[in-house]
Design a protein around this ligand. Structure first.
Ligand SMILES: CC(C)(COP(=O)(O)OP(=O)(O)OC[C@H]1O[C@@H](n2cnc3c(N)ncnc32)[C@H](O)[C@@H]1OP(=O)(O)O)[C@@H](O)C(=O)NCCC(=O)NCCS
Length: 173
């Protein structure tokens, strides 16, 4: 399995078909998915995996698996994706962890690795995280990455407008 980046405690690697069960544990959990429109069906989990596999081929990045080196366990997903906000394609760091592993600093560490990857490997000018206004945990992770709010907009959740923020950081000084 292709390892992408690492620090002392964890590494990020490409997802594969073997991760479907671990992906379901995250993407089909109601509490974990509260900031999204709804938990995923089996079909949507498969689409999500395929979307990431295609992105590795096309972009050299996507959402990766976060693995703790000690236990070799699947902690969650973190990586880089393109997201569209009001007609603009933004480079985004995304993260979703299995709730068993929340509050251990994993998302902050994994997203810091992605920020370095965007800066040093992709040589991106800037990167953002797009976050629902009530998602304090995710906002804290973005702030830990040095990001600040640069834009607010509304996403449509089954006909209801839901406020989101674009947190962003310039990678070139
Ligand atoms: C958001 C998420 C990835 C954070 O993962 P995590 O590994 O628990 O995050 P960390 O342990 O790195 O914590 C980051 C900070 O957020 C704080 N935090 C964690 N949960 C919090 C909460 N519910 N409310 C407020 N702050 C919270 C932590 O105390 C920590 O603060 P610190 O850096 O000052 O110590 C995780 O909660 C998750 O998977 N949520 C569901 C999916 C999701 O919402 N993804 C983001 C979509 S934009």
């Amino acid at each position: 399995m292709k390892k992408i980046i690492e620090n002392e405690r964890l590494y990020l690697r490409e997802l594969s078909e073997d991760d479907l069960e671990d992906l379901c544990a995250i993407l089909q959990d109601e509490e974990t998915m509260y900031a999204y429109e709804a938990p995923f069906t089996d079909e949507k989990v498969s689409d999500w995996l395929n979307w990431n596999l295609a992105s590795y081929q096309k972009n050299q990045f996507g959402l990766w698996a976060i693995v703790d080196k000690n236990e070799e366990n699947f902690v969650g997903q973190c990586g880089i994706v393109y997201s569209e906000v009001e007609g603009k394609n933004l480079l985004e760091i995304g993260y979703l962890l299995n709730k068993r592993y929340w509050h251990n600093g994993y998302a902050s560490e994994a997203s810091a690795l992605c920020l370095n990857y965007a800066k040093n490997i992709l040589q991106a000018q800037k990167i953002c995280s797009i976050i629902r206004d009530t998602n304090s945990a995710s906002q804290k992770v973005a702030e830990n990455n040095g990001m600040t709010i640069v834009q607010e907009f509304y996403k449509d959740y089954s006909g209801l407008p839901v406020k989101h923020y674009v947190y962003s950081i310039d990678l070139v000084k």
